[in-house]
Design a protein around this ligand. Sequence first.
Ligand code: ZN
Length: 341
Amino acid sequence: MFDTAIAGSLPKPAWLAETQKLWPQWKAQGAELAQAKLDATLLWIKAQEDAGLSVIGDGEQSRQHFVHGFLEQVEGIDFEHQVEMGIRNDRYKAMVPQVVAPLKLKGRVHEAEGRFLRAHTTRKIKFTLPGPLTIVDTVADRCYGDRRKLAFAFAELLNQEALALQADGVDVIQFDEPAFNVYMADAADWGVAALERAAQGLTCTTAVHICYGYGIQANNDWKQTLGQEWRQYEQVFPALAKSSIDQVSLECIHSHVPPELMALLNGKDVMVGVIDVASEQVETPEEVADTIGRALQFVPREHLIACTNCGLAPMSRTVAEAKLAALAQGAALAEKRLAGR
Ligand code: ZN
């Protein structure tokens, strides 16, 4: 069977946080919030298992946002005085914290949810962390003065947490690098090296998720400007193919990514996006199986993992649940088609 996994995030229940927002406000505080986050994690572990996924994640229920969740445990970051900044090459504005002093981890970042995930499923578990280049693009630097230097400083901290997550029993550690599709030259030049620094010494499976972003309006508008063929991956995949990272994700369904770009990842496991996160329309198992079939022209079956294009965080819970089921059913159908040949 193909492995089936989500990219990372899932919607937060309405009792945990505001719904359908990228930076939602929490509904509780202190110990009550900590418990609510784990309750929501348990709910999504069960939902992923029920849908039939083979790799289970925490759905990022404990983080307000996939980048800022990590930064909250970093010394040298000023969260009190956030500033507005155009991120992803000014595609949209976000309130971001500032780097004001040399960076250091305050302690463990995701110990509670990593161990909780391990304790509540016997399936393979994947844990996601933001990648160095994407973090650099989501903070205002007032200290290092050099994006590459700052990225390597974050990579060291990510590496500490990744090694600890591995010790907690995590099977796959994935770094999220949506910024690789925005700063392709930097990504190929030093982004991949910073990523390898973050993954240094890991013996578990390592992965990188690169996408065209959540299904929010600013991203959908940006995609309209990218033309008929999205070739961003072409500039970064050769560097990733040569890297130590085991798995690479890409958007496939409803994207304009030429499928032959997958051939550039020769030797890697490829997480093929077969679920669209920019549309509330739930894919049919046939559509998912067709997308897997197209990918199989360029990726050997033992290297193919069926995945979502990106995180499902800003969607409705009902739609997300239906999409998880479509993902697993579509992968099973693709498997059946292969067996029937
Ligand atoms: Zn993504």
